[in-house]
Design a protein around this ligand. Structure first.
Ligand code: ADP
Ligand code: MG
Ligand code: ZN
Length: 485
C-alpha cells in the first residue's frame, strides 16, 4: 500500500476596496447595478484613450503586501496579457508579469488542532478585472450572450502561494487567514458572493516522501471555501486513482461542478508564452517611494495574529476564545471596546457573554455586529455588575436577554426591575431560617453531615429570594445555621 500526499498552491484574486476602477474614474459599485452603467471610453477600450493609474488602488495593494510580509519591488512594470474573449474589449488585460510589485511573503494559518501552518507567498501582482457575460435574462435562457462591462477595469490583486499546502484543511485555513488579514487591513471586502474574492486551486499528488512535485491540475470555478475543500478532495481521489492504475496525470485546467461534486476537464493548460506578454507602453514603470511605503506601513492596523496574542496576554483569554473574538475585525473591535479597562475577571465575563449570548443572538437573527442592540458599553457595564456581585451569573443572563430586547443599559434595567443581587446578610439569614424550617428533613440530613442535602435548602432560599440572594453567602449562612456557629 502506497501513501500519497496532496500538494496545493492557490491563486487568489481579490477586488481592492477602491471607489473607482484601476485606470479610469468609473465607480466600482457596478455589482447588481444596471448593465453597462459604470463604463467609459477607457474601460471599454475605445481608440484614442489612455489609462491613468489609481493611486488608492496602489496604496491598498502595497498594504496587502506589507501585511503579508512581502518584499515590495522598487520598480514594477504593467504588462499586457493578450487574448481574445468577448468580455475583454481591448483584447488584452493589463496585468503584471515579469516584474510584479511584490514577492516573497508568508502567512501563518491556524489549523483546527491549534497548531499553525506557515504558507509562503510567491508573488502578488496588480491587474484589472474583465467584464461579465450573461447567458440569460432573469429566468429566460438566451440563445445568444450579452456582455456587461461594469466589472471591467476593476482593480484586483492576485496573490499566488507557493505549493506549500498538504491537504484540503490547510487550503481552507489559508483562505480563512488570508480573508481575515485583507478585511482587517481594509484592502478588500472579500465578499465571495459578489466575486470580490476568487480562487483557483492547483493540485498535484505524489508519493509520500517524494521530492519531486507531481503534475498539477488547475481547478477553476470555485466560489466558496467549502467548494475549494470539496474540489481538492475529489481531485485528490481522481489523481490518485489514475496513478494507482498506472496512468499519467496531464497538466490541464478543470472546472468544479458543485452540483455534481466533481471536476471536469476544460482545456489543456495554456503556457505563459501563449499570451505574448509585453510591457504596456501606455503606462510608466511604477516606483515604490520609500517615504510613501513607510506611511502605508505605519497606517496598518493591528493584524489578526497580533491581536489574538494580545487578547490572550492582556485579557487572559483562552486561545479558543481569542480565536473566535478575532474572527473578524468588527468583532475584535467590539470586544476591545467592551473589555478595555476591565479587570481580568470582568473581561473574561464579557468574553463569555460575547461568545455565547451575543453571537448566538446575532447569528440567530442575522444581525451584523455593527447593528447589535447591545453596544460594547452596555456589555462592559453588565460584566462589571456581575463581577462586583450586584448580579449573579443567572440574573446576568436574564438581564442580557432584556438588554437585547430593549437596547437599554443594564444599570437602568436592574434598578427598574429591582433585580440586583441581595448581599444583605440579615435578609439572607431570614430566608435561610425559613428555608430550614420548611425543609426539616434536609436540615436534619445536613446536620448529620450529608453534604448533598444542602442543595434542597439552597434551592428553597433562591425561591424565596426570587433568585436574587448571593449564592456564596447563602451557602455560608446555611452551614453556619446548621452547625450552630
Ligand atoms: P500559472 O501557469 O497558473 O500562472 P504558476 O507556475 O505561477 O502558474 O503556478 C501557479 C500556482 O500553482 C502557484 O500557486 C503554485 O504554487 C502552484 N503549483 C505549481 N506547481 C504545482 C504542483 N506541481 N502542484 C501543486 N501546485 C503547484
Ligand atoms: Mg494560474
Ligand atoms: Zn471606465
Amino acid at each position: 500500500m502506497k501513501f500519497y500526499e496532496m500538494v496545493i498552491g492557490l491563486e487568489v484574486h481579490c477586488q481592492l476596496a477602491t471607489k473607482t476602477k484601476l485606470f479610469c474614474g468609473c465607480a466600482t459599485d457596478g455589482f447588481g447595478a444596471p448593465a453597462n452603467s459604470r463604463v467609459c471610453p477607457v474601460c471599454t477600450g475605445q481608440p484614442g484613450v489612455l489609462p491613468v493609474l489609481n493611486r488608492r488602488a496602489v496604496e491598498l495593494a502595497f498594504q496587502a503586501a506589507l501585511a503579508l510580509d512581502c518584499e515590495l519591488a522598487k520598480t514594477s512594470i504593467f504588462a499586457r496579457k493578450n487574448y481574445f474573449y468577448p468580455d475583454l474589449p481591448k483584447a488584452y488585460q493589463i496585468s503584471q508579469y515579469e516584474e510584479p510589485f511584490s514577492v516573497n511573503g508568508m502567512l501563518d494559518c491556524s489549523l483546527k488542532d491549534g497548531s499553525t501552518k506557515r504558507v509562503r507567498i510567491h508573488r502578488i501582482h496588480l491587474e484589472e478585472d474583465a467584464g461579465k457575460l450573461l447567458h440569460s435574462i432573469g429566468a429566460e435562457e438566451l440563445d445568444y450572450s450579452l456582455v456587461d462591462f461594469n466589472r471591467g477595469g476593476t482593480p484586483l490583486i492576485e496573490i499566488v502561494s507557493e505549493p506549500d499546502m498538504r491537504g484540503s484543511e490547510q487550503a481552507y485555513a489559508y483562505l480563512t487567514a488570508l480573508k481575515k488579514v485583507l478585511q482587517y487591513v481594509g484592502v478588500s471586502r472579500c465578499d465571495m458572493e459578489k466575486g470580490e474574492m476568487r480562487c483557483d486551486a492547483n493540485i498535484s499528488v505524489r508519493q509520500a516522501g517524494a521530492e519531486k512535485l507531481g503534475t498539477r491540475a488547475e481547478i477553476k470555478n470555485l466560489n466558496s471555501f467549502k467548494g475549494v475543500r470539496d474540489a481538492l478532495e475529489y481531485e485528490f481521489r481522481r489523481q490518485t486513482e489514475i496513478i494507482e492504475s498506472g496512468g499519467r496525470i496531464i497538466q490541464e485546467t478543470r472546472l468544479w461542478d458543485s452540483a455534481k461534486m466533481a471536476t471536469f476537464s476544460m482545456r489543456s493548460k495554456e503556457e505563459a508564452h501563449d499570451y505574448r506578454y509585453f510591457p504596456d507602453p501606455d503606462l510608466v514603470p511604477m516606483d515604490a517611494d520609500c517615504a510613501w511605503v513607510g506611511q502605508l506601513k505605519a497606517a496598518l492596523p493591528e493584524l489578526p495574529a497580533a491581536r489574538r496574542s494580545r487578547f490572550i496576554s492582556e485579557y487572559r483569554l483562552s486561545s479558543y476564545d481569542a480565536e473566535v473574538l478575532t474572527g473578524d475585525r468588527a468583532l475584535a473591535d467590539f470586544f476591545d471596546a467592551a473589555a478595555k479597562g476591565l479587570s481580568v475577571e470582568a473581561a473574561k465575563i464579557a468574553a463569555n457573554f460575547m461568545n455565547t449570548d451575543l453571537l448566538g443572538k446575532l447569528n440567530a437573527t442575522g444581525t451584523p455586529i455593527a447593528r447589535s442592540p447591545v453596544p460594547p458599553g452596555n456589555l462592559k457595564a453588565l460584566a462589571i455588575l456581575i463581577e462586583n456581585g450586584t448580579l449573579s451569573s443567572k440574573l446576568g443572563k436574564d438581564v442580557f436577554a432584556k438588554m437585547w430586547e430593549t437596547a437599554r443599559s443594564p444599570d437602568a434595567l436592574v434598578s427598574e426591575l429591582g433585580l440586583s443581587q441581595v448581599l444583605d446578610e440579615a435578609q439572607i439569614k431570614a430566608w435561610v431560617d425559613s428555608a430550614l424550617a420548611g425543609n426539616a428533613r434536609a436540615a436534619e440530613d445536613l446536620k448529620q453531615g450529608k453534604e448533598r442535602a444542602i442543595g434542597a435548602i439552597v434551592g428553597a432560599v433562591m425561591k424565596l429570594s426570587k433568585g436574587k440572594a448571593n449564592p456564596a453567602l447563602v451557602n455560608r449562612l446555611i452551614k453556619e445555621a446548621v452547625t450552630g456557629l
